[in-house]
Ligand binder design. Sequence first.
Ligand code: UTP
Length: 271
Amino acid sequence: MISKCLFPAAGYGTRFLPATKAIPKEMLPVNTKPLIQYGVEEAIQAGCNTMAIVTGRGKRAIEDHFDISYELEHQLKSAKKEHLLKDIREIIDNSSFTYIRQNEMKGLGHAILTGERLIGKESFGVILADDLCINTGLSVLAQMVKLYAKYKCSIVAIQEVEVENLNKYGVICGKEIESDIFEISNMIEKPEPKDAPSNLAVIGRYILTPDIFEILRDTLPDKKGEIQITDALNKQAQEKRVLAYKFKGVRYDCGSIEGFVKANVDLFNSL
Ligand code: UTP
């Protein structure tokens, strides 16, 4: 039902400099797997077969990662080590990868709008690969696709966040219509704790209906010159139903050093 998943991956990743000078943040590994591969595996589990990746300068490693490396495969075959590339080869064989460049870094909303040509006029998933979500059951995007089948509207994933950290997120205000499902009445990007409408913060998983592109086109940049997806979703929520879903699973903020290190330690310990 949702066949395409968009991966905005054009950010500079300044918090990880100098590591991200020549390597995209999305290629940083948690144990042996790059962040974006976890995201792609999550999208596949949710039923997506087309990965639409919004890249920027210096992101060629992402394209190379999701392409066949004949020389390496040949080498591994003679050393009887083909199993090392088995998972990534399966992904490559069963999914399509499309790319577009975001020429100017004008925010997440702008990155999503840049992806319009890869998506077209259908509802689609969005995964921010630096938010790593780990589940024992259904992946977070798969949980959201299930919800989309029922409500056919835009859905954002949320989690409870400590008040002092709310100014790093989009924060929602809404009415709980089912257990863990909220109908959004208002959304604010990075509010000061005293202005936050709740402690429910949006994380990097979305299902968006295609009218979001038209709204994004009309969304003005913020003070920093960035077009925010939160502003566009807030507008959409004033016109029609937009849901927020308190997902099941653990999320690591791998855009921060602390979250990235914690993900590495936790996943290593669970091996
Ligand atoms: P972040 O806010 O984490 O920014 O972007 P960043 O540049 O990646 O990292 P820092 O803050 O400099 O360390 C959230 C997500 O949105 C994408 C990023 O790639 C990341 O997945 N993004 C952000 C874009 O694709 N384009 C943009 O213009 C901004």
